[in-house]
Design a binder for this molecule. Sequence first.
Ligand code: APR
Length: 260
Amino acid sequence: MNLQAPAEATALRAACQALRVALGRPGGLCVLTGAGMSAESGIATFRDALTGLWARFDPMLLASEAGYRDDPQRGWDWYAERRAGVRAAQPNAGHLALAAFARRHPGVLALVTQNVDDLHQRAGNADAIRLHGDILQDRWLDGCRHGPACHPDEAQPGRPPRCPRPGCGNLLRPGVVWFGEELPAQALDAARQAAERCAVMLVVGTSGAVWPAAGLAGLARRAGAAVILLNPHASEIDAEARLHLRGTAAGLLPALLDAL
Ligand code: APR
């Protein structure tokens, strides 16, 4: 028995139709994901009321360089807790559907993510373009004075770990993009090219509150792509979309992709 409201079923059929156009083209489908993609894997989003990280913690204290320098131990402990959550999480049916689609249609999918977890990669999308870095990676807070030989793995244990060389004490920080920092140029370039090249852009689980990632939907639309948003709630980039699929990533992505 199909419980979907007729409008939702119609939107899903129209989205499947649009996706078929993308199938025959290299880079025909660009998928942009946000925190909602991993919500059903038990990883909190940022802005969902009450449950979102930014509803419980101050982003400027925890996701900015100044905040980290102000109290590195507070920052390190917070990321350590988030890292433990990511390691304990499993890719959900949405992650798995994207990976299976990429295997069935080599070269068609360009996957761009704002997420710093590794669930896309663990599901099988090793080539996902990471716009906001990787929470499981460490790097030095300051430029290293000792040259390339100074690897984060050499850091002396602590909260945070620090460089063991006399007179240095450089601190480790998580390999994520903090507020006020530039995105990795190569990843941003690749994401923009993917947006301009695709026939369909599927935007999954993002509030569209953070730029330049949020601008990719408009870039794709202006380049002639059909933009489809998948989100249980309204987002700040709804106006860019031709179709809105009101549902969840793990619930709708298999329905959308498995038949293609
Ligand atoms: N499936 C799909 N979408 C969902 C689900 C779900 N199960 N659960 C929640 N959502 C939607 C919410 O409605 C919301 O629009 O996911 C979105 C999550 O939005 P944010 O929490 O703002 O996350 P995101 O858009 O990824 O944030 C962008 O902001 O804090 C920074 O660097 C961080 O990458 C992050 C960026």
